[in-house]
Design a protein around this ligand. Sequence first.
Ligand code: C5P
Length: 251
Amino acid sequence: MRDCLYLFRERPPAAATAQHEKFGTTEIAKSVGLSGMIVTIDGPAGAGKSTAAKTLAARLGFRFLDTGAMYRAVAFAAQRRGIDLADEAELLRVAQEIQIELRDPLVLLDGEDVTRALRTMEVTSLTRHAASNAGVRNYLVALQRACAEGQNVVTEGRDQGTVAFPDAACKIFLTATPEERARRRMQDLEARGEKFDFETVLARQHERDQRDRAREVGPLAPAADAVLVVTDGMSMEEVVDHLEMLVRRKQ
Ligand code: C5P
């Protein structure tokens, strides 16, 4: 994919954050003379966001920002360092110390390829600590804004249309029934060599959804101006065609 590399430590977000708080994303882009278009795709686990967002970005020639990978990388790095993930200050320190590179399709943590390691059930479960940590969320949202500044971006997560990019030109909330999502997640895990029965995957997904919706900071929710897309019974190509049509309408 074209120029899809983010070196976080080399792009300190402080200035961008301060500007964002003052002006909002669109105004920053205008103020630096680079008007990028932001497309946000939020939704629950297993709705097909990643593949849809990545494919859509490639079609449009936009950058792709996988924000879930950032939360996963923080949790994974903390686990490796033997840190208590429930210690909020320590976890924030880890987030600030590591270097995450999103080099689609790879995710590098301090230069090491951790793409597969970040997708295991264990890391998925540990990621809740990073996702519910207000300091970590603020820090990662600032990085996301810094990465997107002046760029055309398709960004994917839970809070992209509500918190990270409230002024985004096109907001999509992608979802599917819980059973459909669990079936897709199982296929995903099987392809990676992890075997779980359907009921276990469905139960864990339900737990994660509840936690994502209920947390105080950056909860999973559609923005008021998001377009809801339910993907049950749609092929990935149909989903991306539909999303592309929604974006082009706003261009
Ligand atoms: O999208 P993905 O499954 O990789 O996200 C992993 C976890 O990271 C989610 O369960 C969610 O709790 C958290 N997340 C978040 N905010 C985002 C993206 C992901 O809280 N913008």
